[in-house]
Design a protein around this ligand. Structure first.
Ligand code: NAP
Length: 343
């Protein structure tokens, strides 16, 4: 299958290239940049020298439609809602890594992203691509989930789907490495601000909150809200999410563990840890795994769930390839079946 990547010069686009090189059935047809259309990608990124020879091209829909079956959009929010349309109209597979098509409620998109919403008839056709819980596996237009949303939803799904927790009790404390902010640095992501530091940002206002709520309320409509905070930590990659919930009834650790194991028994990329073992960010680095650790405190009646992912892989490009695999009937781990980079 031939694919085009729009936003190939960004962190998620570069991850797509790395993963596609290992895929048995997918090849790159064209790579696209917004501001750089004359260079070889490997001139900008020397780690790709002798490995990726495609030139960067301008975004020409006619040309892309002729050469590709699938388009990945790895562009900032507010871009794909317009530039994706010709590919959807032409019947190509479209996988959007941005937040543009994730929220079904246009008003929520306008509120949380502060941009005009995508056209309703396109929005309604997008499938939210939380790969482990896809509703329509044949859908060819995927809104790939956000990185924090992926770690949080995979951590909560087993309990919420069975409606086992107090609906008002969800507290999520999520931390991200700096690559989550993309390749262009800002004052808050500058080395001097992030090195040996930890900073809480977007308190109660992170744009992944409505996306998480949209999915949680599909599983348990009685959940009214979540308490969700996000911090930057001085690592390049990784999301570390600590989630606290109160079960409706006390639950033995063994029962909790069994619930998670059975929910994910056919999910090759979700690994549940043993008792008293909590995953580290490093154990999933550069991989598509989501590792989950569980604890229950019978004194406070609180379940703690620790869910870790690599933001650029399971949180972006890896899940996008996983979604393509599901859509195209390729093996779910094609392009993704490797050991995380360790140490
Ligand atoms: N970083 C993460 O961990 C992560 C995780 C999940 C989802 N996402 C989402 O994935 C998307 C890409 O994120 P990223 O971190 O990879 O961003 P990034 O490193 O900032 O890269 C952005 C890419 O988009 C291109 N671009 C910028 N403006 C454009 C425009 N007007 N038209 C077309 N292309 C344009 C850039 O091209 P040039 O610079 O070459 O012009 C670049 O290739 C975002 O929507 C982000 O929210 C990111």
């Amino acid at each position: 299958m031939k694919v085009s990547i729009i936003g190939a010069t960004g962190y998620s686009g570069l991850e797509l290239i790395r993963l596609i090189q290992q895929h048995s059935s997918v090849d790159i047809a064209t790579l696209h940049s917004f501001s750089n259309q004359t260079n070889l990608l490997s001139n900008l990124y020397p780690h790709l020298k002798n490995l990726e020879a495609s030139p960067l091209e301008k975004i020409n829909p006619k040309d892309i439609i002729e050469k590709s079956e699938t388009v990945f959009l790895a562009t900032p929010s507010g871009i794909s809602k317009d530039i994706a349309l010709p590919y959807i109209d032409a019947g190509l597979n479209v996988i959007d890594l941005s937040g543009d098509f994730r929220l079904k409620n246009s008003q929520l998109y306008e509120k949380w992203y502060e941009k005009s919403a995508p056209l309703e008839n396109y929005l309604m056709r997008a499938e939210y691509g939380l790969a482990e819980f896809r509703e329509n596996k044949e859908s060819t237009f995927i809104a790939n989930p956000g990185c924090y949303a992926t770690a949080t939803l995979l951590g909560l799904a087993p309990l919420v789907k069975k409606q086992l927790i107090e609906p008002t009790s969800i507290i999520v404390d999520a931390k991200s490495g700096i690559s989550g902010a993309g390749k262009v640095p800002s004052t808050s992501t500058h080395f001097t601000e992030t090195n040996e530091n930890m900073t809480l940002y977007k308190m109660n206002s992170h744009q992944h909150i409505p996306e998480i709520m949209q999915q949680l309320t599909k599983w348990d409509e009685s959940i009214p809200a979540i308490q969700f905070s996000t911090s930057l930590i001085p690592i390049t990659r990784g999301i570390f999410t600590t989630i606290y919930v109160r079960p409706k009834k006390p639950i033995a650790w063994e029962e909790l563990h069994k619930l998670y194991e059975s929910t994910y028994e056919n999910a090759p990329f979700v690994r549940i840890q043993k008792e008293n073992v909590y995953p580290t960010v490093k154990q999933v680095t550069a991989s598509n795994y989501c590792d989950i650790g569980l604890a229950y405190n019978e004194i406070t009646n609180v379940i703690t769930i620790v869910s870790v992912i690599d933001n650029l892989v399971k949180g972006a490009a890896g899940q996008a390839i996983q979604n393509l695999n599901i859509m195209a009937n390729f093996a779910e781990n094609d392009g993704l079946g490797f050991i995380p980079v360790y140490p």
